[in-house]
Design a protein around this ligand. Sequence first.
Ligand code: GLU
Length: 413
Amino acid sequence: MASRRGASKQARMPSERDVARRAQRIVVKIGSGVLANGGALQPRVLGAISRQVGALLDEGREVVLVSSGAIAVGSRVLGWEHPGRSIPEKQAAAAVGQIGLAEMWRKRMARYDRAVGQVLVTRAGLEDRERFLNARHTLLTLLELGAVPVVNENDTVATEEIRFGDNDNLSATVVNLVGADLLVILTDVEGLYESPPEPGQPLPPRIDVVERITPKIRRAAGGSESAFGRGGMITKLEAARSAAHGGAATVICNGRRKDILSRVAAGESVGTLFRAGNRLASRKHWLAFTARPRGRLALDAGAVRAVRERGRSLLPAGVVRVDGQFGIGDPISCLGPDGAEFARGLTAYSATEIEQIKGQQARRITSVLGYSNGDEVVHRDDLVLLEGPVGTGSTGTESTRTKSVAGSDPAES
Ligand code: GLU
């Protein structure tokens, strides 16, 4: 009887949740609001999450934890009533808090005979393709060894303009780093509500599955911020979008609920699930979401058409303006005549060189520069579109973003 009941329960399970039930490699992001209360780490919460992670590992699944809380914990240890306000204060708090945070995870996971490996990353580090790949090797090796990577941003060295800033964003990068198929964002709300919750009002209904990130969905996300965690629902949506392009579904749910992680991983309808899109090739995902452009190339309409609609490389003839100082191999933005960014790429020539060859036929490159690095300023293999027809590996503007997040983007670029 029991098994029949189990079977009928299975049959009722919404199929959209199968993706979570089948997920093999899971990135779990735990927000400060879940782990710490007023800056005090909640050992019971850490204990409960560790137990569920242990159970997932025993099932043969792999888990990477992205744990916030360093700043919150450090602020408390330093006796501050509020988290540090200035960047150096936050950095100091993170330096103090990270020790306790890592130790807490170590202790809790040891109960399940699992080692943890602390992995502190910076955006600047991961923007460098070689270091990105090194981080990947480390993470994959930890997983192979059955250890649990515990990732956080290395807040102590990251300055304002170069940091991830919130671990939502970071967790989506980790999805791409390890090629995860599920991202679980544990936060202090039940998921995405149909409209932003108002104080003193009953909670709006929870959205169960998001097929596409439409303007309506973005409005539902509002823009909440809490004191310790930097990311509100909007940054979680951005993370879900980025994860979708990495081929992973995302579940945003309440990390304080009993057995929440096990329930998500069992395919239960808890929190809000964002469907995965087709996986962009990892390098293109890195180019679109992790690398920071060092400069900009403004293109004429013909070049925009060739790149966007015909999937061609960018030739010097189509470049009308060069902004910024960048070298060979650096990430750059491509702008259309309307000034909007529509693609990112890795350039084969430096800013100074493109300044000299822009508007010219490719065969003139050698005579102008005295050498040639190929006809293309940006080769198509090094280009990723941020908008444009579905199927071109698009990642950008609202309208196409919704399509590709919905998984209707057929191209593996
Ligand atoms: N890296 C920060 C910390 O550990 C957290 C950032 C966030 O909460 O999103 O305190």
